[in-house]
Design a protein around this ligand. Structure first.
Ligand SMILES: Nc1nc2c(c(=O)[nH]1)N[C@H]1C(S)=C(S)[C@@H](COP(=O)(O)O)O[C@H]1N2
Ligand SMILES: [Mo]
Length: 419
């Protein structure tokens, strides 16, 4: 298959081509620099990058915005996140290393999950063991990357420049991590878990992990923390961790190890790859933008903050004076349920309450809908903001600058032209 610009898009041809050129020149080859790219509102899909994704750079994905190819990272344009349950082909991808071959083969033969460390009995469980020995559970769960929104920070933070789309809410099936840990029997010394996946470090050095994070034992034992083998009724897709992934809902996506092979129970805070230094850690106190923060003043991110997205309409929509513009999206919070959702069309001077549905289950996102009328012709913005169960709201502007650009939950704004 050839794209309109003549780039070979067969699987092997494309892979060779990418190896030789990298993503930046692929974008070039797909049509030169994007005209007026600098003027595009954030979240609008640059067409060449969309083509790169749809040409199969990300197998089984449609319409994602590719941020990098080594490792592969892609976010979902916000208007493609409108579904109640995010379909597999629309879920963002965040990889830190090289995906295991097994995931592409969808072959769990010989695979086991090892549970070891501060346990009374080390376990090695096959997928069949997990399915037969423990009670199956199913839940719709938000997974959001801790760096979602990084593109909003100034001075800029290095790393993937996620805008709004490093989030999804799919339906997972699996077992409670709690039940598996209880089967192994926790020792009194258990304080933290650390996961290990089958993906390779980018250097391909087998003694290094691409990422190995974890959570305190209380979060590991929470009934909502899952070991999942199914996503939206299918075996976990290659990108999302086949054959098994961890999900610690409400916490940074990075706590949810993909392609799991081992969970080790620790007698101290886990110190695997990306647990220390600047990774997934933020200053303990507010710092001035651009500050370099001493390591001992950094702490591990736990709960993710309250947040929402506007999935309809897309930014730049045109509507007419006096008619009601329907708006909708989703709201979620690492703290639990979202209590209220508001929208404004006058730059936050006044707010209108939106309809907000209950979540399908704890840690699923909640549908909100609203309608706004515009009194005069001209340029408007719609702002949307969620409030969590404690009364904590999304900030109007980008919150607390931090060295790696985590936890930007500023409210989303879309442009509306009224004629
Ligand atoms: N083994 C492994 N697990 C991983 C990662 C990874 O690179 N390797 N990335 C983490 C990060 S940073 C995020 S945000 C989520 C992303 O999950 P997704 O790609 O299914 O959206 O997976 C987490 N689990
Ligand atoms: Mo992440």
């Amino acid at each position: 298959m050839k794209t309109q610009h003549g780039v070979l898009a067969t699987d092997s041809g494309r892979r060779e081509f990418l190896k030789a050129t990298g993503l930046a020149s692929l974008v070039g080859a797909l049509g030169g620099p994007i005209p007026f790219a600098g003027n595009l509102p954030r979240g609008v899909l640059p067409e060449a990058l969309a083509q790169a994704a749809d040409a199969g750079l990300l197998k089984g994905k449609r319409g994602l915005r590719v941020l990098g190819d080594r490792p592969e990272n892609a976010e979902t344009p916000v208007t493609l996140l409108d579904d109640e349950i995010t379909p597999n082909d629309r879920h963002f991808v965040r990889n830190n290393g090289i995906m295991p071959e097994r995931a592409w083969r969808q072959d769990a033969a010989g695979w086991t999950l090892t549970i070891d460390g501060e346990v009374k009995q080390t376990l090695a469980l096959s997928l069949a063991d997990l399915k037969n020995r423990f009670e199956p559970v199913s839940a719709a769960l938000v997974i959001e990357c801790g760096g979602n929104g990084r593109a909003g920070f100034n001075p800029p933070a290095k790393g993937n420049q996620w805008t709004l789309g490093a989030v999804g809410c799919s339906q997972y099936r699996g077992v409670r991590l709690r039940d598996v840990l209880l089967a192994a029997g926790l020792k009194d010394s258990a304080v933290y878990i650390g996961y290990y996946g089958e993906d390779l470090h980018l250097s391909r050095d087998p003694s290094k992990e691409a990422i190995s994070r974890g959570v305190p034992i209380a979060k590991a034992m929470d009934e909502h923390t899952l070991l999942a083998w199914e996503m939206n009724g299918e075996p976990l897709p290659a990108y999302h961790g086949f054959p098994l992934r961890l999900i610690c809902p409400g916490w940074p996506g990075s706590t949810g190890g993909k392609w799991l092979k081992r969970i080790t129970v620790r007698d101290r805070v886990h110190d695997g790859a990306k647990m220390t230094g600047g990774s997934y850690r933020v200053p303990r106190y507010p710092v001035a933008p651009g500050t370099s923060v001493p390591d001992e003043d950094m702490e591990i991110i736990e709960e993710m903050p309250v947040k929402s997205i506007i999935t309809r309409p897309g930014t730049g929509i045109e509507t007419s004076i006096g008619s009601v513009l329907p708006l909708r999206g989703h709201a979620w919070s690492g703290h639990g349920d979202v209590r209220a959702m508001h929208v404004s069309n006058d730059f936050g001077a006044t707010w209108v309450a939106a309809e907000l549905s209950a979540p399908k289950n704890k840690y699923a996102w909640q549908r909100w809908t609203a309608g706004l009328r515009f009194p005069k012709k001209g340029y408007y913005e719609v702002w949307a903001r969620a409030t969590d169960a404690r009364g904590v709201m999304q900030p109007m502007l980008v919150p607390g600058w931090n060295p790696k650009g985590y936890l930007n939950n500023a409210m989303q704004r879309i442009a509306v032209k009224v004629v």
